[in-house]
Design a protein around this ligand. Structure first.
Ligand code: NAG
Ligand code: NAG
Ligand code: NAG
Ligand code: NAG
Ligand code: NAG
Ligand code: NAG
Length: 940
C-alpha cells in the first residue's frame, strides 16, 4: 500500500483496503470470515501532519509513515510482552481510539520510553486534540515544558527522567482532566505555579528537581490526591498546613526540607495511609499517638528529624513492615511491641536517646539499635558486641566494601559481602561492623540492592576494589573498634559503576551524598562522577582523624540531593568501594617482637615434643616393626559393618574386586555392591593409615582455614548421610578419631555403621576410641534413644575440639570443669568465647568464624535433641548463610515469658524439619542410581 503514504483521503483509503479484503473474503472458508478483522481507518490528515512535526521535535526517526498508525499490526504499535517476560523500560507505541460515532480513528496515546530521544518536548502535540496519554520518560529530552500544553485534555502525563529545565508553566494548571502527573528527575527550577491549585490529580510526583523557595500552599482543592511525593525537590520547609485537607492520601513522601522547621504536620484524617515518609524535614516535638493507630501502615519513615518524647506503648500497626525512627531524640524505654516483633519486621531505632532497661531488646538481625541509647554503657551496643571483646589493639583495617577479600600492593583488604539490609546492625567481627539504614522505596527489595555491581568492564588498576561497592539508600556507618588510640588516616575509595556517561538517560543520574568521619562532615554534596571526571574512574579521598576511645565511625549519608530514578528506580545513595584506616604512628614494635619471639620459641618446642610423642606412640603400636598385609588383616577380623557382616560385604563386592570400585580416596576405596549400594569403610585402611588420623592432640599443625574447612566438611558429610543419601544413616560414633584427613586435609568420615565393631573390638583397633564417652548424646547414653540428633550432638563436640584444639574428655583446665564443653558453656555465659580458641593459633584465626563455630557447636550440644539444629542447618550457619540463633542456657530466662516465646519461635523451624527420625542403616532394595555427594567431604 505504498501509495497511501501521500496522506490519502479517508475515501481513498477505504477503497484501498476494501479491494484486497473483498478478494480475501472470497477465498476464505465461510467459518473463517468472522475471524477476519478489518483494518481501522487512518487518523485524520491533520493528526498525521502533527505526528510528523512531533517526530521532528522529539528526534524520533523510525516512525514509518507508510504504515497506518492506527493499525495495531503496524510498526507503530509494540505489543506488550507476554506476562512472564519482565517489562523493560523501552516502549514505542502509538495508540488510537477507533470508537468514535463518526467511525473515525483518533490518536489517543503516545508512549515513547527508554529511547534516549534527544530533542525537545513537542509544541505540535496540541494538534492531537484527542490525546489522553503522554509518556516520554527515560529519554534525553531538553528544554522547557511548552505552555501551549495547558490547552490539552491529557489524563496521564509523564516527562520524568529527562533533562528538562525552566519553570513549570502555570497553564498546566488548566488541564482539569489530569489524573497523573510526573515531572520528577529533571532540572526544573523556580516554584510550582499557583494555578496548580486548580488541578485535581490523584497522583503527583515532582521529586528530584531544582525547585526553590517554600513548598507552595496549594493543596486546598487537591481533595482527590492519593499519592504525593515531594522528595529531594529543592524546596524548603515548613510543610504547608493545607496538607491536612488531603483526606484521601494513602502515600505521602516529603523529604529533605531545609529551612524553617515545624511540629508534626496534622495528618490525623489520613487513616488509610499505607506509606508515610516525613524524613529530614526539621520536625520537632513528639510523634502524635494517632500514628500508632494507622492500621494500614506498611512503611513509616520519620528519620533524621528532631522528634522527642516516648514511643507509645500501645499500637495497632497490623501491617507495619519497615519503620525508621533513626536519628531523632526519642527517649523513654523501647516499648515491648518493638522488642517482641521478630526479624521479619525491619526496624531502625539507631541514633536516638532511649534509656536502657533490663527489658531493652536483645541484639538481633533487622532491629538496628546502633547508638540508640543515651549515655551510660550503651546496652544495645554492648548486647551486640559482648561476644567480641578486643583481643588486642589494632593499627590498620582495610575493607573491600561490598566485595571479596583481596590483596592490593601488599595490603590485605577484608571481605565485606554481607548482603546488608534495610535496618541492619548485627556484628560478626571484632574490628569493624556496618550499620545500614534505609529502604529503596520504588523497587522491590532484594538483597542485591545493598551491593552495587559494575555494569561495564572496569579498566582501572586494582579493579577488584571497585567491581562491587556497598550501597545505602539513606545512611551507612562503618564502625571500627579495638583501634589503638591516636591519630589516623582514613582513605576512601570511590568509583561510579552504575550511572553511565553516554548521551542517554542512563547518564542523567546524579548521585550526591555526604560523608562524616567521627560524625564531622568531611564531604558535602559529594558526586563521584564529577570528582573523578567520568564514570568507572577512581577517586580517592584521604582524611586525618583522631581515635580517642578505640572507636572510629565513617558514615555515608544520602541527604536527598540528586536523582533517584535513573538509570533505574532506586539508583541513588552513597556508594563506597573500599575503606582503609591506618594509624599515623608505628605499633609499639619492641614489645610486639618480644612477644612474637616467645611465641615462636614456644611453638617450636611444642612441635618437637609432639613429634617425639607421635614417634613413640607409633613405635609402641608396632608401626616400625611389621605391617600386616591387607588380606591378613581382613582375614583375621570378623568384621561387621552396620547390619552387614564382613563376609556379606565381601560377597557383595566380589571379594573387593577392583571392577566394583567406584572411587578411591586417600584412605581407601568405595565399592559398588551387587544389589545394594553401600558405603564401605575398609578396615585395613583404617588400621594402616591410623597414623594420619587427625586427633586434637596434634592439632597445632592445622591452621584456622583448615580447621574451618574440616569442620564444614564434616558437617556436609553428615548432612549428606542424614538428609540426602538414599540410605539414611545415623553414624552413631562421630568423634575426632573417626575423621580421617587425606593428603589435601579434606575430612573423611570413616567407620560409619561400625559402632558395634568399635564397641566389641576396640582394643584391636585403637587406644584412642576412649573418646567415645565424651561424644555420646545424653539421651542416647542414658536411654538408648537414638536419632539423627545424636550425631548432631557428637558433631558439636568435635566442632568444639576443632576450635579449642583440645580433647573434650582429656581436657583438664585449671578450674573444675568436667570437660571442654562445660568450659565452653561457662565462657559463652560470661561472654568470653574467644578464650576458648586454641591459644596456639595466636592471632592467626578469623574471629567471626571462630565465634560462629563455637556458637554452632554449643547449639548442637544442647541437652534437648529437639533444640539441636539439623546438619543442613549447621552447614548454612557455618557458611554464614543463616544466623546462629542465640543459645540461651540460663534457666532463669525461662521465667520470662517473652524470651521463652522468642526462643520457641527460633527453634520451631528446627522442630518441624525432621518428623521421621528413623535410626540406623536402612536396608533398601533401591537399586536406582544414586549420585555421590557433591560435598567436600567424601565418605570412606
Ligand atoms: C515502512 O513500511 C512499509 C510498509 O509496511 C515497508 O515496506 C517499509 O520497508 C517500511 N520502512 C522501513 C524503513 O521500515
Ligand atoms: C488490534 O485492533 C483490533 C481492532 O482493529 C482489536 O480488535 C484488537 O484487540 C487490537 N489488538 C491489540 C493487541 O490491541
Ligand atoms: C507500552 O506502554 C503501553 C501502555 O502503558 C503498554 O500497554 C505496553 O505494554 C507497553 N509496551 C511495552 C513493550 O512495554
Ligand atoms: C474512545 O472514544 C469514545 C468517544 O469519545 C469514548 O466514549 C471512549 O471511552 C474512548 N475509549 C477509550 C478506550 O478511551
Ligand atoms: C539549581 O539552581 C540553582 C539556582 O537556583 C543553580 O545555582 C544550580 O546550579 C542549579 N543546580 C543544578 C544542578 O543545575
Ligand atoms: C569510651 O567508651 C566507654 C565504653 O564504651 C565509655 O564508657 C566512655 O564513656 C567512652 N569515653 C568517651 C570519651 O567517649
Amino acid at each position: 500500500m505504498g501509495r497511501v503514504a501521500n496522506c490519502p483521503s479517508t475515501m481513498e483509503m477505504l477503497i484501498g483496503f476494501m479491494i484486497p479484503t473483498v478478494l480475501v473474503l472470497i477465498c476464505m472458508e465461510p467459518n473463517n470470515v468472522e475471524a477476519q478483522v478489518e483494518e481501522p481507518p487512518y487518523p485524520p490528515h491533520y493528526e498525521l501532519k502533527a505526528l510528523r512535526e512531533i517526530a521532528a521535535e522529539l528526534g524520533k526517526k523510525d516512525w514509518n509513515f507508510s504504515e497506518n498508525p492506527c493499525n495495531n499490526k503496524s510498526s507503530w504499535f509494540t505489543p506488550p510482552p507476554p506476562p512472564h517476560v519482565s517489562q523493560g523500560i523501552y516502549n514505542s507505541t502509538v495508540t488510537c481510539n477507533c470508537s468514535f460515532p463518526d467511525g473515525e480513528c483518533h490518536i489517543d496515546g503516545i508512549y515513547l520510553a527508554g529511547q534516549d530521544l534527544d530533542g525537545v518536548l513537542p509544541h505540535s502535540l496540541v494538534n492531537l486534540s484527542y490525546i489522553k496519554t503522554l509518556i516520554l520518560h527515560y529519554n534525553y529530552l531538553h528544554g522547557a515544558i511548552p505552555h501551549e500544553w495547558g490547552a490539552m485534555k491529557l489524563e496521564i502525563m509523564t516527562v520524568s527522567m529527562n533533562r528538562l529545565s525552566g519553570s513549570i508553566p502555570g497553564s498546566l494548571g488548566n488541564i482539569s482532566t489530569l489524573k497523573y502527573l510526573s515531572l520528577e528527575n529533571n532540572m526544573l527550577s523556580g516554584t510550582i505555579p499557583p494555578e496548580f491549585g486548580k488541578l485535581n490529580c490523584s497522583c503527583s510526583r515532582i521529586s528530584s528537581n531544582n525547585f526553590t523557595g517554600k513548598i507552595p500552599n496549594i493543596f486546598q482543592s487537591w481533595k482527590q490526591l492519593e499519592k504525593l511525593e515531594i522528595q529531594a525537590s529543592g524546596f524548603e520547609g515548613p510543610i504547608p498546613s493545607s496538607l491536612a485537607l488531603l483526606h484521601n492520601l494513602v502515600e505521602l513522601r516529603i523529604s529533605d526540607l531545609p529551612g524553617e522547621g515545624s511540629k508534626f504536620p496534622n495528618i490525623k484524617n489520613m487513616k488509610n495511609m499505607y506509606r508515610l515518609m516525613l524524613r529530614s524535614c526539621n520536625i520537632s516535638g513528639p510523634i502524635p499517638d494517632y500514628i500508632w493507630e494507622f492500621s494500614q501502615l506498611q512503611i513509616l519513615d520519620l528519620s533524621f528529624n528532631k522528634l522527642e518524647g516516648n514511643i507509645s506503648d500501645s499500637e495497632s500497626l497490623a501491617k507495619l513492615q519497615y519503620m525508621y525512627l533513626t536519628h531523632n531524640s526519642l527517649t523513654g524505654s523501647i516499648p515491648d511491641w518493638i522488642s517482641s516483633r521478630d526479624s521479619r519486621y525491619q526496624m531502625d531505632l539507631s541514633y536516638n536517646k532511649f534509656s536502657e532497661s533490663p527489658q531493652s531488646p536483645s541484639c538481633r538481625e533487622n532491629l538496628n539499635l546502633f547508638e540508640s541509647f543515651s549515655g551510660g554503657k550503651n546496652l544495645g551496643l554492648d548486647n551486640c558486641l559482648k561476644n567480641f571483646p578486643c583481643s588486642k589493639d589494632w593499627y590498620s583495617v582495610n575493607i573491600n566494601c561490598g566485595g571479596g577479600a583481596t590483596t592490593i600492593n601488599g595490603v590485605d583488604y577484608e571481605a565485606d559481602e554481607d548482603s546488608g539490609g534495610a535496618a541492619k546492625y548485627f556484628p560478626l567481627k571484632e574490628t569493624w561492623e556496618t550499620s545500614s539504614t534505609g529502604l529503596f522505596w520504588d523497587t522491590s527489595v532484594t538483597s542485591r540492592d545493598f551491593i552495587a555491581q559494575n555494569v561495564s568492564i572496569l579498566r582501572t588498576n586494582n579493579s577488584k576494589l571497585y567491581t562491587r561497592a556497598r550501597l545505602s539508600p539513606l545512611s551507612l556507618t562503618y564502625y571500627f573498634r579495638c583501634l589503638a588510640n591516636g591519630s589516623y588516616t582514613v582513605t576512601l575509595h570511590f568509583a561510579e559503576i552504575v550511572i553511565r556517561g553516554n548521551r542517554s538517560y542512563q547518564s542523567l543520574g546524579r548521585r550526591i551524598f555526604d560523608v562524616y568521619i567521627q560524625e564531622k562532615l568531611k564531604l558535602k554534596d559529594f558526586n563521584i562522577k564529577n570528582e573523578a571526571k567520568g564514570v568507572d574512574k577512581v577517586v580517592v579521598k584521604q582524611f586525618k582523624t583522631v581515635v580517642r576511645n578505640k572507636t572510629l565511625t565513617v558514615r555515608f549519608h544520602w541527604a536527598g540531593k540528586g536523582t533517584c530514578g535513573t538509570p533505574r528506580r532506586g539508583t541513588y545513595g552513597p556508594l563506597i568501594s573500599a575503606i582503609s584506616v591506618d594509624s599515623d604512628f608505628k605499633p609499639p614494635v619492641l614489645s610486639g617482637w618480644n612477644k612474637k619471639m616467645k611465641f615462636v620459641a614456644g611453638a617450636v618446642v611444642c612441635v618437637l615434643c609432639l613429634i617425639f610423642v607421635i614417634l613413640g606412640i607409633l613405635w609402641w603400636k608396632g608401626y616400625f616393626r611389621h605391617k600386616p598385609s591387607r588380606e591378613q588383616v581382613l582375614r583375621g577380623l570378623d568384621l561387621q559393618a552396620g547390619f552387614f557382616t564382613f563376609e556379606q560385604m565381601k560377597a557383595a563386592t566380589n571379594n573387593f574386586d577392583a571392577t566394583y570400585k567406584i572411587g578411591e580416596g586417600g584412605f581407601g576405596a568405595v565399592y559398588k555392591a551387587y544389589n545394594i549400594r553401600m558405603l564401605l569403610g575398609c578396615m585395613d585402611v583404617a588400621l594402616r593409615e591410623l597414623s594420619c588420623c587427625w586427633c586434637p592432640k596434634e592439632s597445632q599443625l592445622l591452621d584456622w582455614p583448615t580447621r574451618q574447612k574440616i569442620c564444614l566438611g564434616i558437617a556436609k558429610g553428615l548432612a549428606f548421610l542424614h538428609e540426602e543419601s538414599s540410605l539414611k544413616i545415623v553414624h552413631r560414633d562421630i568423634k575426632t578419631t573417626n575423621v580421617l584427613l587425606d593428603s589435601e586435609l579434606n575430612p573423611k568420615i570413616s567407620d560409619f555403621g561400625l559402632a558395634k565393631f568399635d564397641e566389641e573390638e576396640n582394643t584391636h583397633i585403637s587406644t584412642r576410641v576412649a573418646g567415645t564417652i565424651g561424644y555420646m548424646a545424653p539421651e542416647y547414653a542414658l536411654w538408648g534413644y537414638l536419632t539423627y540428633k545424636a550425631d548432631v550432638y557428637s558433631f558439636g563436640i568435635v566442632a568444639l575440639e576443632i576450635v579449642a584444639g583440645k580433647n573434650n574428655t582429656k581436657y583438664r583446665p585449671e578450674e573444675d570443669f568436667v570437660c571442654l564443653q562445660d568450659r565452653a558453656l561457662v565462657l559463652q555465659q560470661k561472654g568470653h568465647v574467644m578464650e576458648l580458641v586454641d591459644p596456639r593459633l595466636g592471632t592467626e584465626f578469623i574471629e567471626g568464624e571462630a565465634i560462629r563455630m563455637t556458637r554452632v557447636a554449643l547449639l548442637c550440644t544442647n541437652s534437648s535433641p529437639a533444640l539441636r539444629p539439623t546438619m543442613s542447618e549447621v552447614v548454612n550457619m557455618l557458611e554464614g548463610r543463616t544466623i546462629v540463633p542465640e543459645l540461651v542456657m540460663d534457666p532463669s530466662i525461662f521465667a520470662d515469658e517473652s524470651r521463652l516465646g522468642a526462643l520457641k519461635d527460633q527453634f520451631n523451624r528446627m522442630l518441624t524439619q525432621k518428623s521421621s527420625e528413623t535410626a540406623m542403616v536402612t536396608q533398601t532394595s533401591d537399586s536406582s542410581s544414586k549420585t555421590w555427594p557433591h560435598s567436600s567431604s567424601t565418605l570412606v
